[in-house]
Structure formats: structure tokens, C-alpha cells
Design a protein around this ligand. Structure first.
Ligand code: UN1
Length: 547
């Protein structure tokens, strides 16, 4: 068990009057008592983030990035320890917990690299002697609200780009994984992040999370979690005039065509459907299979599922850990009964697993339904557990149509050995992420992550796209003509101008050093001041703006 887990505000760990417990889903044991933030701590956290913002935003980005590089090193040194906390607090098996930490290390390195890039754009102007560019500016105080299924990786997708771009953060992690959150914050503290740049508030979403989204000094809310809560976040953000980036549910499918390598497809299905016990927004919960290969695919799949080992994620042979809590367990069980009532056929699983030590935890058997039709609720709703539906299709076109016809649009995958079909699918699948000959999980930090339809609101995380989510574009026009130049207006008259006289600027600028002439001598012939005076005279004579 860990000592009491506290809030982190303005560079200090802060206890409060009331606490809540974090519980190990594999054993039911208490992991830590955690200090629950009230409105008072929330206000202090937002005030600290506001106060820290001016200096942090003016810190040169390469300096900000140095802190991120140090965070990467600290996470790397603590990978085993952090992974252990992840398994203890949310249940995923050790190998996956290490992947969770690795994803944050990768993101820290990638975003730290942005400290020396963070490219803006230059574009030509329609007017002479005018320079145009766009630059990235931070937004201000960012509210970061994160789920329990990736207690380190998902927060890193939000906090690291926010920081390199010069924002400050108030972070409310899931109340199921507060210890992992505090451990992540420790890495930032040791990396030398200035006080107030990162603040942590612990508590329930409905209370402290809602107050954070509502807070008038928060400029951007970035949220990953359920559609139900995401919708509320989005309404509150709109009411209070904030930007908001949402990452929500999925009902991801793997399409298996009749020319697919079936053994490879089964590897992808087992990993995508039962990895993290199906508790990824990227998990595969639908298999859309060509009817001619449904039999052999199902047989291979059931064979592989029988080899999975359910148990505590800390035990090396375990391949499927617990689900997060009893509420999740009940929801999964409820959906299994909905599936049976709808007429789907249960092939394996469909019940809790409570053998031996598992009786104390929240375990559910990997579950497969077939005879599922696209209209059934188990084929449309996000269950967020180890449950997968097999749906038949007669063609690529039908498979794609079934894939696209759900309220979510995060990931789809297709197994085929035909390059024409693969490219057709890449074009026609309407999800934010598409895999060919790989399952639905395995996103990498250097590419955009996010989905269409009910999965999100268009914002993306990771990759270069994250920079747009966490910054404002500032467009800068520099007019060095020394006169009023009107965009869209003075562009029209220029081509009608009469040939210019001897003193005109065009002539000046057209002089090039010829043989025996040097640039310095030419500058000497047309000194700056003389040039300006000539301009001023012409401007007066010609009524202002023209040459
Ligand atoms: C999530 O499920 O919330 O591709 C994130 C993946 C991981 C990220 C998952 N890299 O499954």
C-alpha cells in the first residue's frame, strides 16, 4: 500500500479534510487513501496555473523542452516501478503496463523535439514589401481530464504537448488511478518543472471535474473518457466559452476477407479484443468476416481463447487481467444478457471468472458471440470489456458498410492479401485510424490519434496534429513599405500604373551590382534616407498609397 496520495498545487503536496480509496481490481485491496480536492483546492490549483503562465510562456521552447527530456529519462529509469503501480491500481498485465509507460517516454521525447521545431509558416503577401507569417502561441490554463485505462500514457498525450507549447495545466485524473497520477507528477517535479505549471487535483468527475470544466480561468479542456461524460464536458465548455478537445468511445471492427491469412488475423483479434481486458478505446469489439471463412476463423479463434490465462496482472503467466471495478463488471454482464436476449449465440465466456484468488477481484471471461446482426445493441454500443461479436458479410463493400454504420469512428482494421482491396478499404473506411493486416491497437506517438463521428469532436492528439489542439495560431503581417497598403484594394490598381519615373523605387530595387559595381557602392548611390524622402514626396503627390 502507498502512503496517502495528495493533491499537488503550486509546487506543494496538499492534504485535505476528506479522503477516498484507490482499490486494486485484482485483489480488492486498498492501494492508497487519497486526498479529495474541494472547490477551495481547485481554485488554488487554477490560480497557481494562472500565476505560472506568464513566465512559462516566455521561457524559450528549447528550455521548456529540456524539462521534457529529463522527464523522459526519469520515466525510463522508473519504468518497472511505474508499471507495477499501473498493474496494482488498474489491473493490466505487466507487459502492457510497461507499454503504457513507454508510450509516455516516447511522447516526452517526441514533444521535447518540438521545442526546437514548433514550425510556423510563412506565406507570400499580395502586396510588395510586406512579410506574412503564422506562429504558435500557447492558449493558457489547460484542464486535463483523463481515464484510468492508460493512467500514464493518455495523460502524457495531453500534458506534454501542452507544456512544450507554453501552456500550464490543472490535471484531474480518474479517481480509479490517483496513485499512478501522483507518481507521474513526481517525475515532473524532479525534472525541475517550475511550481504552478502542473497542478494535480484528485476526486470524482461529477464534482471536481465538472467544477474544473466550469472554471472561468480555464481556456481549454482536453478530455478522454466515456461519451456520456464527454458530452457533458462539451456542453459545459460551450456554455462557458472554452475550447474543448474530446476523445471518447469506439466500436472498432476487424474485417477478415476470404483471402486473409487467418492465423495472422486471429493473432490480431486476440490481442485487440482481449488485451487490457478489452478496456481500450481502440479495442476490437466486432469481427466482420467473409461468410466463406467464418467457420475456420471461429474455430481458430476459440482454440486461441482457451489458451488465455486470466489472473492478477503481476503474475507472469497472466494474459488477461481484471476489469477496473464492480460497476464495469456489472455493465459487461448486463450486455452479455442483452446479447442473449437479442438472439446472438454465445460461443465462449459470458460469465465472471472467480476461480481461486480471482474470487476477490473483478474478472470476466473472454467472451465471443456469433450470429450477431449489425442492428443489435451488442454490435453498436461500447461495452468496454472482453466481449467480441462476429458478424458475417458477403463482400468487401458490405463489410465496409457494416464497419462504418455505428455511432463511433475510432479504428478499423482489415485483413486481406489483395492490395487493391486493401487500398479500397483505406479509402472507404470512415474511422480516424485504419490498420491493414494488423489489429486495432498499436498507435504510435508520432501520428495523429483520434476518431470521427461520436468518438470525438475533430481534435486530434499525438503527432503534429496535437500541436494544433494545444496552441493558438497567431498570424503576423509586417509591412515594411513605409506607406499605407490596403489588402484586396491596392492589389487591383497596380497593373494599370503608368511607367514609373526615374526616382521610382522599382528602378532602385532593380539595380543589380554589375561588372565593377559592388552592392556597397550601389547602396551609397541610393542612401536609405534619400530613398524614403523620395517616397514621401511621391505619396503626397499621388494621394497616399501608390508608387
Ligand atoms: C486508449 O485506448 O485510450 O493503440 C488509448 C493503442 C494505444 C493507445 C490506446 N497506443 O491501443
Amino acid at each position: 500500500m502507498s502512503a496517502e496520495t495528495k493533491n499537488f498545487i503550486a509546487g506543494k503536496w496538499v492534504a485535505t479534510g476528506s479522503t477516498f480509496g484507490s482499490v486494486n481490481p485484482a485483489t480488492g485491496e486498498l492501494v492508497s487513501r487519497c486526498a479529495e480536492a474541494s472547490q477551495q483546492e481547485l481554485d488554488a490549483a487554477v490560480a497557481a496555473a494562472c500565476d505560472a503562465f506568464p513566465a512559462w510562456r516566455k521561457t524559450p521552447p528549447p528550455r521548456r523542452a529540456e524539462t521534457l527530456f529529463r522527464v523522459a529519462e526519469l520515466l525510463k529509469a522508473r519504468k518497472d516501478d511505474l508499471a507495477r503501480w499501473i498493474t496494482v491500481e488498474m489491473g493490466k498485465v505487466t507487459m502492457e503496463a510497461r507499454g503504457d509507460v513507454q508510450e509516455a517516454i516516447d511522447m516526452a521525447r517526441y514533444m521535447a523535439g518540438e521545442g526546437r521545431r514548433m514550425f510556423g509558416h510563412t506565406a507570400p503577401s499580395e502586396l510588395p514589401d510586406k512579410f506574412c507569417m503564422s506562429l504558435r502561441d500557447p492558449i493558457g490554463v489547460v484542464a486535463v481530464i483523463t481515464p484510468w485505462n492508460f493512467p500514464i500514457a493518455v495523460p502524457s498525450w495531453k500534458i506534454l504537448p501542452a507544456f512544450v507549447l507554453g501552456n500550464t495545466v490543472v490535471w484531474k485524473p480518474s479517481s480509479d488511478t490517483p496513485v499512478c497520477a501522483a507518481k507521474f507528477v513526481e517525475a515532473f517535479v524532479e525534472a525541475g518543472l517550475p511550481p504552478g505549471v502542473l497542478n494535480l487535483v484528485l476526486g470524482k468527475g461529477a464534482e471536481i471535474g465538472d467544477a474544473l470544466v466550469r472554471h472561468r480561468d480555464v481556456r481549454l479542456v482536453t478530455f478522454t473518457g466515456s461519451n456520456e461524460v464527454g458530452h457533458r464536458v462539451s456542453v459545459t465548455a460551450a456554455e462557458t466559452g472554452k475550447r474543448c478537445a474530446l476523445e471518447m468511445g469506439g466500436k472498432n471492427a476487424i474485417i477478415v476477407l476470404d483471402d486473409a491469412d487467418l492465423a495472422l488475423a486471429v493473432d490480431g483479434i486476440v490481442w485487440s479484443a482481449f488485451g487490457t481486458s478489452g478496456q481500450r478505446c481502440t479495442a476490437a469489439s466486432r469481427i466482420i468476416v467473409h461468410n466463406t471463412v467464418r467457420g475456420p476463423l471461429t474455430e481458430l479463434l476459440l482454440e486461441r481463447i482457451k489458451q488465455l490465462k486470466i489472473g492478477n496482472g503481476l503474475d507472469p503467466p497472466t494474459t488477461v487481467g481484471p476489469v477496473i471495478n464492480h460497476t464495469a463488471l456489472e455493465k459487461i454482464d448486463r450486455y452479455v444478457h442483452i446479447g442473449l436476449d437479442e438472439g446472438a449465440r454465445l460461443l465462449i465466456g459470458g460469465e465472471r471468472f472467480s476461480k481461486g484468488d480471482c474470487r476477490r477481484g473483478c474478472f470476466y471471461r473472454p467472451t465471443v458471440f456469433d450470429n450477431v446482426t449489425p442492428a443489435m445493441r451488442i454490435a453498436r454500443d461500447e461495452i468496454f470489456g472482453p466481449v467480441v461479436c462476429i458478424i458475417e458479410a458477403d463482400s468487401l463493400e458490405e463489410a465496409v458498410a457494416i464497419n462504418n454504420d455505428v455511432p463511433y469512428g475510432l479504428v478499423s482494421s482489415i485483413y486481406t492479401q489483395n492490395v487493391d482491396r486493401a487500398f479500397t478499404a483505406m479509402r472507404e473506411l470512415t474511422t480516424g485510424i485504419v490498420y491493414v493486416n494488423a489489429g486495432t491497437i498499436g498507435s504510435e506517438v508520432q501520428l495523429p490519434f483520434g476518431g470521427t463521428r461520436g468518438t470525438g469532436n475533430g481534435a486530434r492528439e499525438a503527432g503534429q496534429a496535437a500541436l494544433d489542439t494545444f496552441s493558438e495560431w497567431k498570424t503576423v503581417y509586417v509591412d515594411y513599405s513605409g506607406r499605407l497598403q490596403r489588402a484586396q484594394i491596392d492589389t487591383e490598381t497596380r497593373h494599370k500604373e503608368k511607367p514609373q519615373n526615374e526616382n521610382s523605387r522599382t528602378q532602385i530595387s532593380s539595380v543589380r551590382p554589375g561588372p565593377g559595381k559592388t552592392a556597397a557602392r550601389i547602396r551609397g548611390r541610393f542612401p536609405r534616407q534619400q530613398h524614403r524622402r523620395a517616397h514621401a514626396r511621391r505619396n503626397v503627390a499621388q494621394g497616399g498609397h501608390r508608387h
